[in-house]
Design a protein. Structure first.
Length: 527
């Protein structure tokens, strides 16, 4: 406590202890330092160089005047580091919907010798007010100053004796240890009544005018998708007790938190994409449930998204996805090598209906499977150039392709599928050989495809019951989470242990929901 001649000055300090970064598609990750929050946002920014990535401060923290941040590619001259620029109440509603939300989930308030932890900043303010009231006599002039080294709270002052609402002064200086490149004042984001003017300072150069019509159509589709998602989000509950009440008594009770979250995942899986997209799924070594993961990801996409979806088993020798897939009785199974022999005739788009001879429709899962060649051993039938020639044809007829890359990172098909992919999924598991394979896959991507690794999603499958695993799932995840955009855990499900045909409806509800989260994480990295 500091005493002045005429005014008593009381000083306390407040610092954040824990942050939560929530992605637009609903998943979240917890950090203990602002530096790690920035690392997550910058990783997302580097994964989407053509987009501006926004972070929105938690709306529950209503006294933050800085509502959003922009990861800006315009670093200071001679620097390659992204710059975090504040936006002062200038985010458009569409930007907010697609932004990352940064929440402070724990605060530490230091009152003299005593420190206390709070979950909400409003509780911090109330405690500071109580401290002020207890130590200050209302008939004497006084002031309490709350200091913080955290961005957005430079100091909070309470003036006595009426104690009006606190005045918050804001700082854009980052904590020590995570200083971005300095931006000249002329280049910094200025407050503006026009949000588009503010955004224009950091976005990429305008697109080719010739694409204007197509872009307008994409915007219209995206808007319609958001409106439909919003309609679903506000619809009455269908699940649980509220859903039962609505069905029996024709009430309109709102959905619970879990049902609302599932609806958000559905909306993300169903979001519009600007053009054909290819997803590559890999693990250099076996034992990671790669076939199971890729099949069930496609099942989620087919069931909740629809459209022309192709799962391409691109194993360099003999893939085994077909062993777990739906195969009609007496079916004449054709493979990639059969298609490759006749791929040239599909240059003629009028013959596209003949593609159905080479793929297997997966029933209620609503996607097509192109089986791998069944040449076992070291004989490689489909090489890199062969993959490329087939890929250029197939991408014309399918909206979304998911490619199982095989196990050899130095093989032609593996490299070709990685080069063609828009996003990478890494299969991992709590079996030690499968987990080692995912580590090797990460190292291979770090060396040759660092941009793809930054936007990658790891699907971690508990193929061993956790009580029999040498490490906990969290211990596995902690080793890889900083290298990729997101890790989604699939819980153990005894229905998948037998290694036979996969029946989606036989899976436990928690398994289906986990794969829905994985598909949402994947779609969240595409545009």
């Amino acid at each position: 406590m500091t005493l002045e001649t005429e005014t008593q000055l009381y000083s306390v300090s407040v610092e954040p202890l824990e942050f939560r970064v929530r992605a637009p598609y609903g998943t979240s990750i917890t950090h203990t330092t602002w530096k790690s929050v920035l690392r997550t946002l910058r990783k997302q920014r580097s994964a989407m160089p053509q987009q501006v990535v926004h972070a929105v401060m938690d709306p529950d923290f209503e006294r933050w005047a800085i509502d959003g941040w922009m990861i800006n590619a315009q670093a200071a001259e001679g620097s390659t580091q992204d710059v975090l620029l504040p936006l002062e109440n200038r985010l458009k509603s569409s930007d907010v919907e697609n932004a990352f939300t940064v929440s402070v989930t724990a605060w530490q308030l230091q009152l003299g010798e005593r420190s206390t932890t709070y979950k909400k900043f409003t509780d911090v303010l109330d405690a500071a007010k109580d401290f002020y009231s207890t130590n200050h006599e209302d008939d004497e002039p006084g002031r309490l100053v709350m200091d913080s080294g955290f961005i957005g709270i430079d100091r909070v002052e309470f003036a006595g004796p009426e104690r009006p609402e606190p005045v918050v002064e804001h700082s854009v200086t980052e904590p020590a240890g995570e200083q971005p490149a300095e931006v000249p004042a002329a280049e910094q984001m200025q407050a503006s009544s026009d949000a588009s003017t503010a955004l224009a300072q950091v976005e990429e150069a305008p697109a080719d005018p010739g694409l204007e019509v197509q872009e307008n159509e994409n915007l219209a589709v995206a808007f319609a998708t958001r409106m439909e998602a919003r309609k679903q989000a506000t619809a009455p509950a269908c699940k649980g007790f509220p859903g039962w009440m609505n069905r029996v008594f024709h009430t309109k009770l709102a959905p619970g938190e879990k049902e609302q979250f599932i609806r958000e995942l559905h909306a993300l899986v169903q979001r519009s994409l600007s053009e054909h997209r290819t997803i590559a799924l890999g693990n250099i070594k076996g034992g990671a449930a790669k076939s199971t993961i890729v099949y069930l990801l496609c099942a989620i996409l087919g069931r909740f998204r629809g459209g022309n979806i192709l799962l391409w088993d691109n194993n360099e020798n003999a893939g085994n996805i077909v062993d777990r897939a739906i195969v009609p009785p007496q079916a004449d199974i054709k493979t990639t090598i059969d298609l490759y022999r006749e791929i040239d005739k599909f240059e003629n788009a009028e013959l596209s209906h003949l593609l159905k001879r080479y793929v297997l429709m997966q029933g209620d899962n609503r996607f097509y499977l192109l089986p791998s060649q069944n040449q076992a051993g070291s004989k490689k039938v489909i090489d890199g150039p062969a993959f490329n020639s087939m890929y250029q044809i197939l991408r014309r007829f399918y909206d979304l392709m998911v490619v199982d890359t095989g196990n050899a990172s130095n093989s032609g098909p593996w490299e070709a599928s990685m080069n063609a992919s828009d996003l990478t999924v890494i299969a991992s598991s709590n079996a030690e050989d499968g987990f080692r394979g995912s580590l090797k896959t990460i190292e291979a991507l770090k060396k040759d495809y660092p941009d793809k690794l930054a936007n990658a999603v790891v699907v971690f499958s508990e193929i061993i019951e956790t009580k029999y695993s040498n490490l906990t799932t969290q211990e596995f995840v902690d080793q890889i989470k900083d290298d990729v955009r997101e890790v989604v855990v699939i819980p153990f499900d005894k229905e998948l242990v037998h290694g036979g045909k996969i029946t989606f409806d036989a899976l436990e509800q928690k398994t289906q929901e986990a794969y829905l989260r994985a598909a949402a994480a994947v779609l969240g990295g595409l545009n």
